[in-house]
Design a protein around this ligand. Structure first.
Ligand SMILES: C[S@@+](CC[C@H](N)C(=O)[O-])C[C@H]1O[C@@H](n2cnc3c(N)ncnc32)[C@H](O)[C@@H]1O
Length: 216
């Protein structure tokens, strides 16, 4: 996801509603400190005091900084970057880990667990791997580079987003499919004690996204 202007030019879509679902959970616990991974425009950061963000993409960082957010360039899979954030109450990531391969997810979860305070919480959303291949996804379409098989790891795909005219548009999203087990196993191995998965459904009545709530 390299072009912030193009990505955020798309009309309000399902992803933003899903971000609201996460915000509801976080706001209810009034965090002392919040770090957002892959913060993009930084919308979530605007809502919290003592909040910071990192994003791997320079265009996203500049976009968020222009809007007054405390954001730096950084890669969540890099332990040297994440060691700069310690004792964080809440770490959040909206639609970031589908941009990572299984080995990168493993490194990211380990780093995040290390940066959280004891009993801190890590929240993240992903598109639901179990319904990802459907044709009737709300506001977007997934195009696989290789044959889709649910249990296969790291299948590359492109996400096309619907614009105002209802046309599907490539805005540069290149993601990877991994089954839910990859997320669960890596959370467990990173040392998260308890994970709850909230199912998100919007316009359509199937579960298009999953919101993970993970306790250290
Ligand atoms: C689909 S965008 C979502 C942006 C934002 N969270 C939102 O919901 O509007 C995914 C974001 O994750 C960032 N990202 C991808 N891999 C990353 C990594 N390894 N470390 C930090 N950020 C990453 C991308 O640059 C991009 O801004």
């Amino acid at each position: 996801m390299e072009n912030a202007e193009l990505f955020y030019k798309q009309p309000e879509n399902q992803r933003e509603q899903d971000n609201e679902a996460m915000h509801g959970l976080i706001a209810a616990r009034s965090p002392n400190s919040l770090l957002e991974i892959g913060c993009g425009s930084g919308d979530m950061l605007n809502r919290y005091d003592n909040s910071r963000g990192i994003d791997i993409n320079r265009s996203m960082v500049e976009f968020a900084q222009k809007r007054g957010n405390n954001v730096v360039l950084g890669d969540v899979t890099d332990s040297g970057v994440m060691e700069q954030y310690l004792g964080i109450d809440v770490i959040a990531a909206n639609y970031v880990f589908t941009e990572l391969k299984a080995e990168q997810i493993k490194a990211a979860f380990k780093n995040i667990q290390y940066s959280l305070r004891n009993q801190g919480t890590f929240y993240f959303t992903i598109t639901n791997p179990q319904t990802r291949h459907r044709e009737d996804l709300p506001g977007y379409k997934v195009v696989f580079d290789e044959q889709f098989k649910y249990e296969r790891k790291d299948i590359p795909f492109t996400v096309l987003l619907e614009d105002e005219d209802g046309k599907l548009r490539d805005v540069g999203i290149r993601d990877f499919h991994n089954p839910i087990g990859v997320y669960q196993e890596n959370l467990y191995n990173a040392g998260f004690l308890e994970t709850r998965i909230h199912e998100l459904s919007g316009k359509n009545d199937f579960v298009h996204a999953l919101l993970f709530e993970c306790k250290k």
